[in-house]
Design a protein around this ligand. Structure first.
Ligand code: TLP
Length: 346
């Protein structure tokens, strides 16, 4: 066991289970561009049902799901309000501008969480010579703020007031099932007021590939054309949807284990003198800590850690992210924390 790699870089690293691989091998398939893949259709119907929406669309990635929704909601030359450390602004290759033709207008949240007060100040006045605010996009859980969760009341309030101002709201819900687990509420309830939601099957839920977007029938039909334009019209993709269906049914039920592991990891790391981390802020499966009290840069530390078979990613020059998921168990979490302590020992 000494050589086992403990991979905490992301919950995207999970491998499909034997049950998923079997389902993939046996999946009923057809050409999804002709709407004829029965397994894709089943996955989309089930996602729409779980989220209490009219329709859903399978997309190859969270990035394409977000971009598809952004294009569907906006016109070139308009603006999107989003959080300063959010994924759509920092990790999606500037696609909203490069492809979607819109400008991000970023607002800093408190631990990644925006309020209506901060958002409303960034809305452009309705004057013909100003670029117009076409969309607000929130992220729940917020990845780079450390997996933080929107209180449902706050998300509802933001959506309600945005709608009063005539602005739709998109949710980057890549890890929305983690948020639902933390809140002990269901995803349909916590996403009810959003105009569109993107969520990932390929993160904590454990599927190898794929995301879904959910919304009204009319919105999803628009998204289907945009997905095709982006090159995301897939053919016998039911082999992916087969794994996705298992992820969607079984994945959410075990996320509490990842959250418990993240709590344990955070409290063990917080006890290391060289680390700055408040374990009370860890709500879901993401742990971000600061090395500013140590002599290490994040890059050097991660290299030393990698040599000891523990993998994580940098957030910036001083901060490191670790993510718990279904392919790491409690004993590996303990071991990873012990190795971090050894590496940081002065
Ligand atoms: N996040 C990845 C990296 O890109 C950082 C990760 O390891 O966490 N929204 C959010 C909130 C995400 O965290 C991610 C992926 C995406 C969208 C994009 O999903 P994919 O990777 O499927 O395009």
């Amino acid at each position: 066991m000494a050589d086992t790699v403990i991979d905490l870089r992301s919950d995207t690293v999970t491998k499909p289970s034997p049950e998923m691989r079997r389902a993939m091998a046996e999946a009923d398939v057809g050409d999804d561009v002709f709407l004829e893949d029965p397994t894709i259709n089943r996955l989309q119907d089930r996602a729409a049902q779980i989220f209490g929406r009219e329709s859903a669309l399978f997309v190859p990635s969270g990035t394409m799901g977000n971009l598809t929704c952004i294009i569907a909601h906006t016109r070139h030359g308009q603006e999107i309000i989003c959080e300063a450390s959010g994924h759509i602004y920092n990790y999606e290759m500037a696609s909203m501008s490069a492809i979607g033709g819109v400008l991000p207008r970023v607002v800093a949240g408190q631990d990644g969480i925006l309020s209506w007060e901060t958002i409303s100040k960034a809305i452009r006045p309705r004057i013909y010579y100003r670029a117009q605010t076409a969309l607000i996009s929130l992220e729940n859980t917020h990845n780079m703020a450390g997996g933080t969760v929107y209180p449902t009341r706050l998300a509802d309030e933001i959506c309600g007031k945005a709608h009063d101002a005539g602005i739709p709201v998109h949710l980057d819900g890549a890890r929305i099932f983690n948020a639902a687990t933390y809140l002990d509420e269901d995803v349909a309830r916590i996403t009810k007021k959003f105009d569109s939601v993107q969520f990932c099957l390929s993160k904590g839920l454990g599927a190898p590939v794929g995301s879904l977007i959910v919304g009204s029938r009319e919105f999803i039909e628009r998204c289907r054309s945009i997905r095709k334009m982006l090159g995301g019209g897939m053919r016998q993709a039911g082999i992916l949807a087969a794994a996705g269906l298992i992820a969607l049914e079984k994945g959410p039920k075990r996320l509490q284990v990842d959250h418990d592991n993240a709590k344990v990891l955070a409290s063990k790391l917080a006890a290391i003198p060289e680390i700055t981390l408040d374990p009370a802020k860890v709500q879901t499966n993401i742990v971000i800590f600061d090395l500013k009290k140590s002599r290490w840069s994040a890059a050097d530390f991660l290299q030393a850690l990698g040599k000891r078979n523990v993998l994580a990613v940098p957030v910036d020059a001083e901060r490191v992210r670790m993510v718990t998921h279904l392919d790491v168990d409690g004993s590996e979490i303990d071991k990873a924390a012990a190795i971090v302590r050894e590496v940081l020992k002065p």
